[in-house]
Structures are given as structure tokens and as C-alpha cells.
Ligand binder design. Structure first.
Ligand code: ACM
Length: 496
């Protein structure tokens, strides 16, 4: 059997140079050597061993050593100083020769991505959870790789339907496989508040007791959140928490009606309409509440961003919206974090360093986002008509929604982040994020069906060099991934 080629990797690497006729075989005596003195390299070595043991049944001992036989994970400060300017923290090189595989990187994240590539150049059976009698042959050659964009994310809505920390960890594993490095958690919405806040028990009492369609909902304790953050960090994934405001706040208003205007009362909401709720802009109690919530979330989050939503505040005038966002942004800054928000913030004076997440379809709102970007805001591209993975497939079963149209596998692949929004300077675009909104997603099976096979295409938009992105050339590479999902028991859609 021909081993998978370096050129078959998803996301496509920066450069691959096969060495025809050279192979290396992972065997029962293979050892994993990691740079002496580096706890991080050793940890990544153990992670790799755990990935490879179930299918191979090999012991794969991990030891700190300068030995370069077998598999070597080498921290090497000179990687990045050579012929690939700006390898940065995430670049790596991999050489497969007859004596073994050497992965070199200047930082641990690069070693981790090298490990993900090694996994993909092993035969697909490596994904089996049980032992397979296979020849674990790897094609020889070298790989020089680094990401195109610094921000490569997936936004996951655990508010419309609740997902447990264990389920979300599975998404983190999916992200790691495709070299994503951010997990954006949409923690609050009209239908449910999903994160415990000390001193605000009703948020996770009545506020968390519903979801779309009327199920029982649920919430994460702060310890649950810490566990997911740590699990993600071990996989070089930064959690970006989102507390959506001033709209999408019905669950908070049910819990604490005093955050509304004029003594109104609120009822739990289990539908799927958007844009009807708002915190009261002129009410000082709102800002005290946000200070508590954002303060606790910021303290729990090692990553730089707190996402404050800001989308679909349809009940507010532009002036009231702007007044609210000015104060909300200050609260984020007060707690030492950088503002991230949906792109509606573009027209409401984003603070210095704010990151706008562009989500509309058909380049709607492009001029506002372009003006903000020209004034210094950064942009993460999440156009709904390409990377909202809750959109139904064109030929698909009735799962997902269609407000931005259907999104085929090709449409999720074939778009260009740097030119998608006219007028946005190329260097303002810092990355790409897929989103999975939860209105119709009741299970991991639903989620995987919508995520696969579209997620790896988004990974290419985020990681791969622009000139490596070609739909026709992608087909066999995507087919390789499907063989792996079959073996790993991942659900995926069978249409285009
Ligand atoms: C969004 O889809 N309302 C961000």
C-alpha cells in the first residue's frame, strides 16, 4: 500500500518535498525522544504516544533524549531564523528519513502541529480506537509549515442547546487535528445562560433551565469552564468566552428583571427568533452586573479576549447602542482583556485593539467594517454564507437552518478571507472563524453532521498559503480525511 503523502495533508502545508523511494516504518520498538529539559516537549511526546498506542498496540516509550532515531520532537530556537521568514511560534519542520521522523520547532505549539501532521502521514488506520494489524509506513520527505493567519477558530453555541464540558472537549480534539487555535464559546443567549457567576445564582437557576424547544438546559460551573480551558490550552487552543450583550439577553432578564427598563417582567424563551431582548442602556445596575460577570469571566480566562457580542440589538436606536457599547468595552478593558465583538461594533466606536468578527452574508455592512479596519480595528472573518456551519447543505437532509442560504462543501472552501470584504486592508484580517449555532442541534451526532466535511475546508482558509488553495486539488485530500473519520467513528454528511 502506498503511504499517505505529505502533499495530502489537510490543511495544506506551506511546502512539502517528497523523497521518492525513502520510507520509515513505525514499529513495536519505536521510541519517542523529546528535547531534554523541556516539560512541554515531553508532554507533547506523551500526547503523541497516546494518539498512536490504541491502533498500533505498541508501547512507544517517551524519553528526554537527543537521540534522533524513531520519533524525535526537537525544540530548536533556530527554526524560524532560516529560509521561512516569520515561522513564528507555530511553525515547524518535519523530516522523514529511513532512520526516523524528526519534528523541529522553536516553540512547543510548532511541535504540536508537527505531531498533527505526522498523524496524517501515517496510514488512515491509525485513527482506529482498537488495535489494527497494519504496516505503519510513512513516506520519506520534508515539510516546512506555518500558518497563514494567527487566529483560527470555531465558535460554538452552547446556549441554544446545552453541551456538556465532555462534549466540548471532543470539539477541542477536532480543532487540534486541523490546527485551529481558538475556541469561541457562546455562553449566553435568550434561551439560556450557561456559566455560573458567583453572587448571581438565578442566572444558573431559572436562567439556565431552558433551551430551544423547551428541554432542560444546563450550565457549567466555573470549575467546568476551567477544565475545558485547561484541556484546550494543552492542545494550543485559546478559549474566547462570549457574553452576548446588550441583545440576546432574555435569559439574564428572566433571572434579574431589574436589568431591564421600567420594571418589565420577562418569560423564559424557547423559540428561535432573534433581536427582541436588551439590557437597559440607561440603568446603572446593568453596568454593575456586567462588571461582576466580565470580571469573573476575565479572571477565569487566560486568553487575551472577552467577546461581548453586540449583534442584533434591534430594539435600540444607534445612539443608545453606541452608548451601551462604549461602557461595555471599558469594562472589558478594566479587567485587562481585549475587546472582541460581532462586527456591528464597527459603527459604534470600537476601542483601540478591538477585534471585529464579520458574520453577515453577501458582504453586507462591508463599508462600516472597512472604515473601522482602516482606523485600526482587526477583523476575524466568519461570513455566514461560507463558514456558518449550521447552514444546511444544498442537497442535504433537513438539518441546520437556511437564513444565509445553503452552504455546500465547496462554498465553505472556496472563498478568500483577505479580499472577501471590499475596502478592508489585507493586514487588518487576522484570521478566520467557523461558527456552529445551536438552534437545530440537539446532539453531537447533529453537530458532527453539520461540521463535517466542511470544517477542514475552513482550516485551509485559516492555515494554508493562498496559492495552495485549489478546490480540485482539495478533493483527494478531503477523501483521505473521510477515510479517517470512518475509522474514528466521526459522523459526517455524505453530500456536497
Ligand atoms: C450572529 O450570527 N448573530 C452573530
Amino acid at each position: 500500500m502506498t503511504p499517505p503523502a505529505f502533499e495530502g495533508l489537510v490543511p495544506a502545508p506551506l511546502r512539502a518535498a517528497p523523497a521518492p523511494g525513502v520510507t520509515w516504518t513505525l514499529g513495536p520498538d519505536t521510541r519517542i525522544h523529546t528535547s531534554p529539559g523541556s516539560a512541554e516537549a515531553a508532554r507533547i511526546g506523551r500526547y503523541l504516544a497516546e494518539l498512536l498506542r490504541p491502533a498500533t498496540g505498541f508501547a512507544l516509550p517517551v524519553e528526554e533524549s537527543d537521540d534522533r532515531s524513531g520519533i524525535a520532537l526537537v525544540l530548536d530556537a533556530t527554526v524560524g531564523a532560516g529560509d521561512v521568514p516569520g515561522d513564528g511560534d507555530e511553525g515547524y519542520r518535519m523530516e522523514v528519513a529511513a532512520g526516523g521522523v524528526v519534528v523541529r520547532a522553536s516553540h512547543a505549539a510548532g511541535l504540536f502541529y508537527g505531531v498533527q501532521s505526522l498523524r496524517q502521514v501515517l496510514p488512515a488506520q491509525i485513527e482506529s480506537a482498537t488495535r489494527v494489524d497494519a504496516a505503519w509506513v510513512v513516506a520519506g520527505g520534508s515539510l516546512t509549515d506555518k500558518p497563514r493567519y494567527a487566529y483560527r477558530g470555531l465558535s460554538l453555541d452552547i446556549a441554544r442547546h446545552f453541551f456538556t464540558p465532555e462534549e466540548v472537549k471532543r470539539f477541542v480534539d477536532d480543532l487540534a487535528r486541523y490546527k485551529f487555535n481558538h475556541l469561541h464559546l457562546h455562553l449566553t443567549d435568550d434561551q439560556g445562560w450557561r456559566i455560573a457567576i458567583d453572587g448571581r445564582p438565578k442566572l444558573t437557576g431559572v436562567g439556565a433551565s431552558t433551551q430551544v424547544g423547551g428541554g432542560k438546559g444546563g450550565f457549567w460551573t466555573q470549575d467546568d469552564y476551567r477544565v475545558v480551558v485547561a484541556y484546550a490550552a494543552d492542545r494550543f487552543v485559546t478559549v474566547v468566552p462570549e457574553i452576548d450583550m446588550p441583545g440576546h439577553t432574555n435569559a439574564a432578564l428572566v433571572a434579574y428583571p431589574e436589568l431591564g427598563c421600567d420594571g418589565k417582567t420577562y418569560k423564559p424563551y424557547t423559540g428561535t427568533q432573534v433581536g427582541f431582548s436588551s439590557l437597559c442602556v440607561e440603568n446603572e445596575q446593568v453596568y454593575a452586573f456586567l462588571d461582576e460577570v466580565v470580571g469573573q469571566i476575565a479572571a477565569l480566562t487566560p486568553g487575551p479576549y472577552v467577546h461581548i457580542g453586540g449583534d442584533e440589538a434591534h430594539t435600540l436606536t444607534p445612539a443608545r447602542y453606541k452608548a451601551f457599547m462604549a461602557r461595555a468595552q471599558k469594562i472589558v478593558e478594566k479587567h485587562g482583556k481585549q475587546v472582541m465583538a460581532w462586527h456591528q461594533l464597527a459603527g459604534a466606536a470600537p476601542v483601540d485593539g478591538a477585534v471585529l468578527e464579520y458574520w453577515n452574508s453577501s458582504a453586507q455592512d462591508a463599508s462600516e467594517v472597512a472604515a473601522a479596519a482602516k482606523a485600526g480595528a482587526k477583523v476575524v472573518m466568519a461570513p455566514a454564507d461560507h463558514v456558518y456551519l449550521d447552514m444546511a447543505y444544498a442537497g442535504g437532509e433537513k438539518r441546520g437552518v437556511t437564513w444565509a442560504g445553503t452552504v455546500s462543501v465547496k462554498q465553505s472552501y472556496q472563498w478568500e478571507p483577505s479580499t472577501h470584504l471590499k475596502g478592508v486592508p489585507e493586514d487588518a484580517v487576522v484570521g478566520v472563524e467557523a461558527a456552529l449555532w445551536g438552534e437545530t442541534i440537539r446532539s453531537m451526532d447533529d453537530a458532527e453532521y453539520l461540521v463535517y466535511p466542511r470544517l477542514p475546508g475552513v482550516a485551509e482558509a485559516a492555515w494554508s498559503p493562498r496559492d495552495a488553495r485549489d478546490w480540485d486539488a482539495y478533493q483527494p485530500r478531503l477523501a483521505n480525511q473521510k477515510a479517517r473519520w470512518d475509522l474514528a467513528g466521526v459522523n459526517y454528511a455524505r453530500h456536497d
